[in-house]
Ligand binder design. Structure first.
Ligand code: NPW
Ligand code: K
Length: 568
């Protein structure tokens, strides 16, 4: 998995590299702008063609995005390559001055605006400001001049990066609103693309929160270019403001540290990882069973998952979870349902065993079978006294605690009853969506929802970590930015964003399949955190592999294809 950094960790790495003498601050800035410019030209190769002719291409990118016919192009103006670079008072602005220089060198008409006093720029940024001043003017960015920004072919947002730690002053809020309004104006023919250096200005690099009035006053980027590795804030908040995210190397001597972990490792509860394909490295037990051996010929060695079902009307949710658990490799899956739902479940299920579980006493008897080693409680379960008793029975068998996923209705039940909540143990996994999270942890949800007005801000990562500590088990907080945390502080993000976006996964029943995936992996012997991360990643991969049109039933059926693509 890839380490995501906080602004402070990034600064510490930069300072360590500079202190080691391996690189200077100015060199880092040079590498950063090289990365930005390379990313721009890779993304829009037509922009680099200006090096030769200086004539703007007739291609209307805007047209492609909004379906406007080319005649909307302002032909008179289209021959000018106009770039506007907005620079801020720190090193993000310093990166902006250098990008301006390079674009100028390759033939663009570049206008540079600066917010702040040039005399107070940090040393490296100041030097690059002076170099730019030899080539062109710098217009102070204020309420009046920001109107002149207009709608350039290329807008570079280098106002603020990782150094933004407090709310923007009123004058800046106004400037942001005006520029954001200009560049997102839907019918202006000449606006092409906006590139954010590091991240769109106004977004907090640690939490993804917005220091501007709201996300509508953030200058939305088509491309955000960051350095070394992504920051946590790139995946939280409103990542849609970032457009496409590109990470460029800085050539730091310890850069491969990202593969191995930090040289000076921050404590566990300060690190956040991005779940990615590296989960499936050699060490991954995806093809191993609960005994740590390769998947066994004996189905019980591969675990036995029990999914509790609700009544007839909601019985489908448990079936989806069961199918997920089976496809991900649990050796045996049983659905336990109320007697009245037995016929319905038996008629619909083939490879899955169906058993009647009338009440808590019946569940207790079923759980006497020690081969059942993973439980799934919640999908379509119901919210009555019987269901609460089932949850209590399942959690209370402390002498033989089973790995247990609590989803949907089971989460509502434990949110309602503190005694049930107290039964949670270290082999549980909670899988709330935002609404369920707010019911379970109202104070933490309220802190996440608070707008950023003073630092440090509180994010979904912080909330999930705090929730896992409070519950004493793994919490998987769902969303396009799913955050997974363990009580010991481990934390990761499984992002269905940028090149992994799969909005069609937001479909009824897909959460039930995820609960089933986790349960199946728990049955296979995965530790709760590993099971949650692996299941969440595969869940998104299934959706991506299937594509639009996906319904929940398709998710488990796509799994064999995903496994094959992974070479498993
Ligand atoms: N680290 C690295 O390895 C590398 C970093 N690089 C680049 O540097 C960027 C980070 O630079 P940075 O630390 O100078 O921060 P940045 O975002 O420019 O802003 C700081 C300025 O903003 C000001 N300010 C803050 N809040 C404010 C507010 N609300 N309203 C108004 N002003 C406010 C703050 O003022 P102060 O708090 O000091 O009073 C200070 O003047 C990073 O994003 C990347 O682009 C790359 O070049 C390569 C390697
Ligand atoms: K920026």
């Amino acid at each position: 998995m890839t380490e995501l950094l906080t602004a402070a960790q990034m600064r510490a790495l930069e300072a360590a590299a500079i202190a080691s003498g391996a690189v200077t601050g100015l060199e880092l800035m040079e590498r950063a702008w090289q990365g930005v410019v390379a990313a721009i030209f890779e993304e829009w190769p037509d922009f680099a063609v200006a090096t030769e002719g200086g004539a703007a291409p007739q291609t209307d990118f805007y047209d492609a995005k909004h379906g406007l016919p080319p005649r909307y192009l302002d032909q008179d103006e289209s021959s000018a390559w106009r770039a506007v670079v907005l620079c801020g008072p720190g090193n993000n602005g310093g990166d902006g001055f250098v990008v301006a220089r390079l674009l100028h060198d390759v033939g663009w008409a570049v206008e540079v605006y600066l917010y702040g006093d040039p005399a107070r720029l940090p040393q490296g940024a100041r030097l690059n400001y002076e170099r730019w001043c030899e080539l062109g003017v710098v217009t102070p960015l204020d309420h009046k001049s920001c109107e002149w920004v207009g709608t350039p072919t290329l807008l570079i947002d280098a106002l603020f990066g990782t150094g933004l730690t407090r709310a923007l002053p009123d004058d800046l809020q106004g400037i942001f609103r005006i520029i954001a309004g200009l560049v997102t104006a839907p019918y202006h023919p000449r606006y092409r693309r906006c590139v954010a250096v590091d991240l769109p200005s106004g977004i907090d690099a640690d939490t993804g929160k917005c220091w501007a009035a709201d996300f509508t006053s953030v200058i939305r980027a088509d491309l955000s270019v960051t350095f070394l590795t992504a920051k946590i804030g790139h995946f939280l908040g409103d990542p849609f403001s970032l457009g496409k995210l590109v990470v460029k190397p800085l050539g730091l001597p310890g850069e491969p540290f990202l593969e191995r972990g930090f040289h000076n490792e921050p404590p566990q509860d300060r690190r956040v990882k991005l779940v990615d394909q590296r989960l499936f490295g050699k060490a991954t037990p995806i093809l191993r069973n609960r005994l740590g051996k390769a998947i066994s010929w004996n189905k019980f060695d591969n675990g036995h998952a029990l999914i509790l079902s609700g009544g007839i009307a909601s019985a489908g949710a448990a079936r989806l979870a069961a199918r997920g658990a089976l496809r991900i490799g649990a050796g045996v899956v049983t659905v336990g349902c109320p007697p009245a739902a037995l016929m319905v479940q038996a008629a619909q299920l083939t490879a899955v065993i169906v058993r009647a579980v009338r009440d808590a006493a019946a569940l207790d008897a079923v759980l006497a079978d020690a081969r059942i080693n993973a439980l799934c409680l919640g999908p379509g379960l119901g919210l009555g006294a019987r269901e609460a008793a089932l949850v209590a029975t399942a959690l209370a068998r402390r002498r033989e605690p089973r790995a247990t996923v609590l989803d949907a209705d089971a989460l509502t039940l434990i949110a309602r009853d503190a005694a049930l909540f107290d039964l949670l143990h270290g082999d549980c996994v909670l899988t709330p969506h935002a609404g369920e999270f707010a019911r379970l942890f109202p104070d933490l949800a309220a802190k996440v929802a608070e707008p950023a007005t003073k630092g440090p801000t509180y994010s979904k990562v912080d909330a999930t970590r705090d929730a896992a500590k409070r519950a004493g088990c793994v919490v998987l907080f769902k969303g396009p930015d799913t955050v997974i945390a363990a009580p010991d502080g481990r934390c990761s993000i499984n992002a269905a964003l940028y090149d992994r976006a799969a909005p069609w996964l937001a479909t009824a029943g897909s959460g039930d399949v995820l609960a089933g995936f986790i349960t199946g992996l728990l049955a296979r012997g995965f530790a709760p955190m590993d099971a949650a991360e692996t299941a969440a990643w595969l869940h998104v991969e299934c959706a991506r592999s299937f594509g639009p049109g996906l319904i929940a039933e398709d998710v488990p059926e796509e799994l064999p294809k995903v496994f094959r693509a992974l070479g498993l």
